[in-house]
Design a protein around this ligand. Sequence first.
Ligand code: MN
Length: 204
Amino acid sequence: MSLATYNTKRDFKQTSEPTGKKSDSKEEALAFVVQRHKASHLHYDFRLEMDGVLKSWAVPKGPSLNPQDKRLAMMVEDHPYDYKDFSGVIPEGNYGAGIVEIWDSGTYTSLEDKGNAKEDEKLLKAGLEGGSLKFVLKGKKLKGEFALVRLKGSDSNSWLLIKHNDSFAVHEDYNSEENTPKNSPINKWLAVNKPEDKQAKKKL
Ligand code: MN
């Protein structure tokens, strides 16, 4: 996948999202980001740097640190490397219109951790092609070993995001929504626009 799909879907005169240029990271380590995105539905976007772009999955329920959770992750178009720093408002009428905020970010390696981003990328790309991608996240919220496993079947864009059972795993219920600051831009928006609140107000 190239960035052509990303660019086709967006009007850069209207949205402040970065234009889709392929650019190799200047950093020693590979980057990852999880964005929380209030579009037509609230969801999370999970992105891993690979080959100068961000491989991207939409995760409706958000990531979990509980190894028993298998979170559906729909693979979407590659996003440009610079998207890892994007947060803000995508204006109405545009693709993905709504609010994007960064929920977690950091660096990652392959499960084998070759100590070298280029060597890691080779393993990660093989994993991606084979439908079983294993990696170690070094984020603020997400830490330790994870896997993305492609579901077999007609829709090859469906993957599962699973936490491995390591010292960073949690064994109680994990809800990414509860690990989001109350004053985040999306939460502020939801506080005003929540449909349940409007109904509750009508009853008063
Ligand atoms: Mn999204």
